[in-house]
Design a protein around this ligand. Structure first.
Ligand code: TK8
Length: 350
């Protein structure tokens, strides 16, 4: 968790990143709002994600590539790397900061060591539907958080969707809050997740996504939690017997570009990147919602034993976790959390 902080202290990150506001931070004299340059150059954009090509996020990256190449008349080329071949979410984000990679689309959860406020999206049982999450992400709260990225040498072009997470394990169905007791569960590298699972009596261990399959297979952990599309694409059904529909948290993806790269782009090129990320994002969210529905049937067919979790039990879980969310609401800013909840209420009562 102190990972990023340590990096800053050691000064490994480029000096430009400490310049706020994005003015003149790069050697080329560019800024986040426009470099003053025009035209489209030949460019290669290295883009990496942790998930596989067949996952809706992988398909979204293919759409992004098509759009960038089309809009730039073939001058800007996107090279996609799937399945964490360039590293996990944190490693790729660091590569962007250092200017060694141009694009990545990580879950927001492992970024909390850098921007703690992203942790508000790790509060369990906040959203009931994807549309409620979109209202917050595409509204003021989500957009304000994107503005915190440039001071970390990153540019955020919007949110894609990982989605609602459900629990899988190899021991027993989880139907009640008590069923979490003693389960060894891999969590993301995120303190809210870690503390929430501890509070439920589970034995959580934080781990990079790229290590999860091996840990499940080798029984280092009993279970993990992820959206259905990810469970299917990552073939967890091969190493997990039970799928419990906890729907406990909604994880966004954030579309990140290296600021070092961005500052060297012309305004035209920046627009191509932004428009393509937004357009591909709409496509990705639609596909993801469809795939999450389909994946449930496929996982059942593959032999996973699926159980629902009643609203009453979810309410109990929420109650148990409340001291954790109260503690982190103070840490992340109660105003920000209230703003999120207001936007959720508005979307819910529409
Ligand atoms: C993929 C991760 C993944 C996330 C996790 O790089 O770590 O469990 O849900 O989707 O971002």
């Amino acid at each position: 968790m102190n990972h990023w902080v340590k990096k800053l202290a050691l000064g490994i990150v480029l000096p430009g990143m400490l310049v706020l506001g994005g003015c003149g931070a790069s050697k080329s004299g560019g800024s986040a709002s426009g470099s003053g340059k025009s035209g489209i150059q030949q460019r290669t954009i290295k883009a990496g994600i942790g998930l596989n090509e067949d996952h809706p996020e992988g398909q979204g990256m293919i759409k992004f590539k098509e759009l960038v190449e089309k809009k730039s008349g073939g001058k800007m080329k996107v090279q996609n790397f799937f399945s964490a071949t360039l590293g996990d979410d944190q490693k790729m984000t660091e590569a962007l900061q250092g200017g060694l990679q141009e694009v990545t689309v990580p879950s927001t959860s492992p970024l909390v060591g850098m921007i703690k406020e992203y942790g508000i999206f790790d509060f369990p049982f906040v959203f009931n539907t994807e549309e409620e999450a979109y209202a917050v992400l595409d509204g003021k709260v989500g957009q304000e958080l994107l503005k915190k990225l440039p001071e970390h040498n990153l540019i955020g072009l919007g949110y894609w969707e990982n989605g609602f997470r459900n629990l899988t394990n190899s021991k027993h169905p989880v139907k009640t809050a008590e069923d979490f007791k003693g389960l060894k569960i891999r969590t993301m590298q995120n303190e809210v997740h870690l503390d929430a699972f501890k509070k439920l009596g589970a034995n959580p261990s934080p781990m990079a996504f790229s290590e999860v399959f091996t840990a499940l297979e080798g029984k280092t952990v009993d279970g993990q939690e992820n959206p259905l599309a990810t469970i299917k694409s990552s073939k967890y059904d091969e190493v997990q017997s039970y799928l419990s529909m906890t729907k406990h948290v909604y994880t966004p993806f954030v579309f990140l570009v290296s600021k070092k790269f961005w500052d060297g782009l012309s305004e035209e090129e920046q627009k191509i990147m932004k428009d393509s990320a937004v357009e591909a994002g709409k496509y990705q969210r639609d596909l993801n919602r469809k795939e999450n529905e389909k994946a449930l049937k496929d996982l059942e067919k593959a032999g996973m034993k699926v159980n629902e979790v009643s609203d009453a039990e979810k309410e109990k879980m929420k109650e148990i976790i409340k001291p954790v969310t109260d503690k982190y609401a103070k840490k992340f800013g109660e105003d920000l959390v209230n703003q999120m909840m207001d936007e959720v209420d508005k979307a819910r009562n529409q």
